[in-house]
Design a protein around this ligand. Structure first.
Ligand SMILES: CC(C)(COP(=O)(O)OP(=O)(O)OC[C@H]1O[C@@H](n2cnc3c(N)ncnc32)[C@H](O)[C@@H]1OP(=O)(O)O)[C@@H](O)C(=O)NCCC(=O)NCCS
Length: 165
């Protein structure tokens, strides 16, 4: 499939009503307080960017949560997530956006690893991650609370060495 060209940019207040989420089976996290502000640099554990097409049309957003594998600061890495507006799905934008986000992390930070996880049944996201260069590492059982129960996920990662050879 030919990938939609995407641009990542900061989220602005006008984007927020269009970045609702919660409409897809694997994004059903129940009622959440509506976001009233774009991601700000002060929110150190979370981040996000708007995903747009080449003409500037808002397609959705990518986000990340920082986590750490042990006490050393070098072991800190982002776990990324994505939500696309329903009309933007199935055109390669999910693959392109996650690849672009990984490029940003490897170019502008010193992280060695970018992670993602998705429901064991979310075939579209599994395929998008694999096309973006991620490797499936295994199943994490009962990891994600969603729609009233815990769900098994697959864990994915891409290392700096995977991207640079
Ligand atoms: C998951 C999501 C980000 C994928 O992005 P997308 O732009 O729709 O996906 P792409 O167009 O890049 O397609 C990725 C691949 O998955 C395949 N795919 C899409 N839907 C599929 C499905 N239901 N079953 C199997 N494969 C599927 C596509 O065919 C494509 O593979 P191909 O190029 O080999 O044909 C997007 O659909 C979305 O936002 N979904 C709702 C929210 C969500 O699930 N977020 C992820 C939570 S972890």
């Amino acid at each position: 499939m030919r990938e939609t060209e995407v641009v990542l940019r900061p989220v602005v207040a006008e984007d927020l009503p269009l970045l609702g989420g919660g409409d897809a089976p694997y994004d059903d996290f129940g009622p959440r307080a509506p976001r009233t502000e774009p991601y700000s640099p002060e929110l150190r554990e979370f981040g996000g960017l708007a995903v747009c097409d080449a003409a500037g049309l808002l397609l959705g957003s990518v986000s990340w949560i920082w986590q750490q594998w042990g006490p050393m600061p070098e072991s800190r890495n982002p776990m990324i997530g994505i939500w696309l507006r329903p009309e933007a799905r199935g055109r390669g934008a999910g693959t392109a956006a996650q690849r672009a986000l990984v490029d940003l992390f490897f170019r502008h930070t010193t992280v060695n690893r970018v992670e993602a996880c998705t429901d064991v049944e979310n075939l579209a996201e599994q395929r998008a991650l694999e096309k973006a260069g991620f490797t499936r590492e295994g199943a994490v059982r009962g990891a994600q609370w969603r729609a009233g129960s815990f769900h098994d996920c697959y864990s994915y990662s891409i290392l700096r060495a995977d991207r640079t050879g």
